[in-house]
Design a protein around this ligand. Structure first.
Ligand code: ADP
Ligand code: MG
Length: 242
């Protein structure tokens, strides 16, 4: 069983870390929250309403969006086309397909797209020169920035970021961390899976530690760094690897 005993509460406006060794079940938790996988037991609530059991599109419509560990963009599309896909999801909120051509829909789609481009800029991938570029020609860091911008373009209030720093250089990591802080300052809630412990400990308000599908600790970064069970299961092993 990938995740067998996990209870956690994410505070609105916080950056909440979810860490643990490879295979601990972190990506599975994201799949469960976003509805990609169904729960066999337990419940998930968002803003007081149960979202477990809903379809992924409905969970996204309610304000929960995710990125994947490997970037899963529409590779043959341009940057702008990828953003349009996400903006469409937001603009289509509650509309019957027949109304997609309506002025109200087009206005909402324009608004969603404008804010998506703003996010892209704050993630360091702004500028109209980029918009027409095909995703497969973008450098790795720009693809990662685009996948975060897409999650935001859906109008999400909670974003689940799966290893947003993986494969980035030290400077790119710093830039991404700055962008995540600015997003939090604007009221966004972030659930973060990341192996870069320095980044996690510097960025997160709260950290939950998962090991073999079981929550073994939760607390402030300082509490987590001093927790013997966490050092034993994860942080110690990290040191040994370094
Ligand atoms: N589609 C799948 N089918 C079967 N087992 C899987 C699948 N995806 C992940 N697992 C297993 O579930 C466990 C948790 O995986 P995962 O959630 O990817 O961990 P993490 O993201 O923490 O590295 C691992 O033992 C993994 O091998
Ligand atoms: Mg994973």
């Amino acid at each position: 069983m990938a995740v067998s005993d996990l209870s956690m509460m994410v505070t609105p406006g916080a950056i909440h870390g979810l860490i643990g060794p490879n295979g601990a079940g972190k990506s599975t938790v994201f799949n469960l929250i976003s509805g990609v996988l169904s729960l066999s037991a337990g419940e998930i609530f968002f803003k007081g309403e149960r979202i477990s059991g809903l379809r992924p599109s409905e969970i996204c419509r309610r304000g929960v969006a995710r990125t994947f560990q490997a970037t899963t963009l529409f590779r043959e599309f341009t940057v702008l086309q990828n953003l349009l896909v996400a903006a469409h999801l937001r603009a289509a909120d509650g509309l019957a397909p027949a109304l997609f051509a309506s002025p109200a829909y087009r206005r909402k789609e324009r608004e969603a797209l404008a804010s998506a481009q703003e996010n892209l800029t704050s993630l360091g991938l702004g500028g109209t020169a980029q918009a027409g570029r095909s995703v497969e020609k973008l450098p790795h860091r720009d693809q990662k920035a685009l996948s975060i911008a897409m999650a935001l373009a859906t109008g999400a209030e909670l974003v689940l970021l799966d290893e947003p720093l993986a494969g980035l250089t030290a400077q790119e990591r710093e830039e991404t961390l700055g962008a995540l802080r600015r997003l939090r300052d604007r009221g966004l809630t972030i659930l973060l899976v990341e192996h870069d412990m320095k980044a996690v400990m510097g960025l997160c308000d709260v950290v939950t530690v998962l090991d073999h599908g079981v929550r073994i600790a939760e607390g402030t970064p300082r509490e987590i760094q001093e927790n013997p069970a966490v050092i034993e299961a994860y942080l110690g092993a990290e040191d040994a690897r370094a």
